[in-house]
Design a protein around this ligand. Structure first.
Ligand SMILES: Cc1ncc(COP(=O)(O)O)c(C=O)c1O
Length: 381
């Protein structure tokens, strides 16, 4: 018999759009992919070179369960340079991506029945991983007119005795919204000592106006999740890390030893190069993403999609499709079949996303232009 736990975990719905898109492509249809949350750039050359070098030098064995000391120092250095915060490498644990880091933090923090505050909408895997380890999501609906941010009053009222943590994700998937200093300060004040803040910083560096803040600038009662997939275009390398309070290091290390042992050794070596040698590459990618972002925002508004607060981070636009449909799930499949454009229904990210569609601009400007042309023609019918 298949376990109840594995029967309960939902699939990642965006994959269903992707699979349908592939099915159409196999039949010879041309599909513009605006559904995927994956950089269309190649991993920067210095990272490739470092991995090749590491392999050539026989770096194929287990590392320390917490990760290579040199990588943990480079991560601490990165947080100091970028945010001015002092993080001890002792509090950093390197993982095979941000997703395993999430499993480790949720496992170490949440007892069965403990609650974690999540925004609705939010990244679809948060509640799935949380429930898998026995935690309970406590959703706070966030609204487009407030840029899909937690409203401090509502957040304060929601932190009851069962709440162990509050999850934030800035820049956000699916909304592309970035929390500013004031937002972060208010959030930390409201949460106070009552709960831990878990900050998913995986889209850090992909910010097009102003700059992002790390939660570590505001409080120590927090966990940071981060990884190399997005900024360094390293999704398939599987490399991430977490930063945790000192008393959580040993428990998390033990879970890591049992579940994952360690992250890939030569990939960790390549991670050092990503942090230290790719500034020119990431600057160029950020510039390109920003050009696409501006184009897509203007074009979507022209077509009649609603964008109340302009997204300034990650590579997503969460656009209100209320003008066109009451059922965004069917709408996305119709657009895919009839216009050959793949987009993600907002309902994938929670009830709060039911009027929205997520557009990813991790695709070339020419493809984005073609996608908008096709979408425009389809909607005008
Ligand atoms: C908000 C968010 N967190 C975490 C992840 C997982 O990233 P990783 O590739 O590091 O596991 C993603 C991937 O799409 C994401 O969007």
């Amino acid at each position: 018999m298949i376990s109840e736990r594995s029967s309960r975990i939902p699939p990642f719905h965006v994959m269903e759009i992707l699979e349908k898109a592939h099915e159409l492509e196999a039949k010879g249809r041309s599909i513009i992919h605006l559904e995927i949350g994956e950089p269309d750039f190649e991993t920067p050359e210095p990272v490739m070179a470092a991995a090749q070098d590491a392999l050539r030098h026989g770096m194929t064995q287990y590392t320390h369960s917490m990760g290579l000391p040199a990588l943990r120092e480079a991560i601490a250095g990165h947080y100091f340079t970028r945010y001015g915060v002092n993080v001890s490498p002792e509090n950093i644990i390197v993982t095979s991506g941000t997703s395993p880091a999430m499993v480790l933090i949720f496992s170490a923090l949440m007892d069965p029945g403990d609650e974690l505050i999540l925004s609705d909408p939010c990244y679809a895997c948060y509640p799935n991983i949380l429930e898998f380890v026995g935690g309970v999501p406590k959703y706070i609906k966030v609204h487009e007119k407030y840029g899909f941010k937690y409203e401090p009053g509502k957040l304060g009222e929601s932190i009851g005795s069962g709440v162990k943590g509050v999850l934030i994700n800035s820049p956000s998937n699916p909304t592309g919204i970035v929390l500013d200093t004031d937002d972060m300060q208010k959030l930390v004040e409201v949460v106070g000592e009552r709960a831990y803040i878990i900050s998913d910083e995986i889209y850090h560096g992909l910010v097009y106006e102003g700059s992002e803040n790390s939660i570590l600038e505001f409080t120590d009662k927090c966990f940071v999740l981060n990884g190399f997939s997005k900024l360094y275009a390293m999704t398939g390398w599987r490399l991430g890390y977490l930063i945790c309070p000192p008393d959580f290091v040993r428990p998390i290390q033990k879970i890591q030893q049992n579940l994952f042992i360690c992250a890939n050794s030569f990939v960790q070596q390549a991670g050092i190069a990503a942090l230290k040698e790719t500034g020119d590459y990431t600057d160029a990618m950020v510039k390109t993403y920003n050009e696409r972002r501006k184009y897509l925002i203007a074009e979507l508004r022209n077509l009649g999609f609603g964008i109340e607060v302009e997204p300034t981070g990650a590579f997503y636009i969460f656009a209100n499709a209320g003008e066109f449909t009451e059922d965004v799930y069917s709408f996305c499949f119709e657009v895919l079949e009839n216009a050959g454009v793949a987009i993600t229904p907002g309902i994938d990210f929670g009830e709060g996303g039911k009027d929205f569609v997520r557009f990813s601009y991790a695709n070339s400007i020419n493809n984005i232009k073609e996608g908008m042309k096709r979408l425009g023609e389809y909607l005008s019918k």
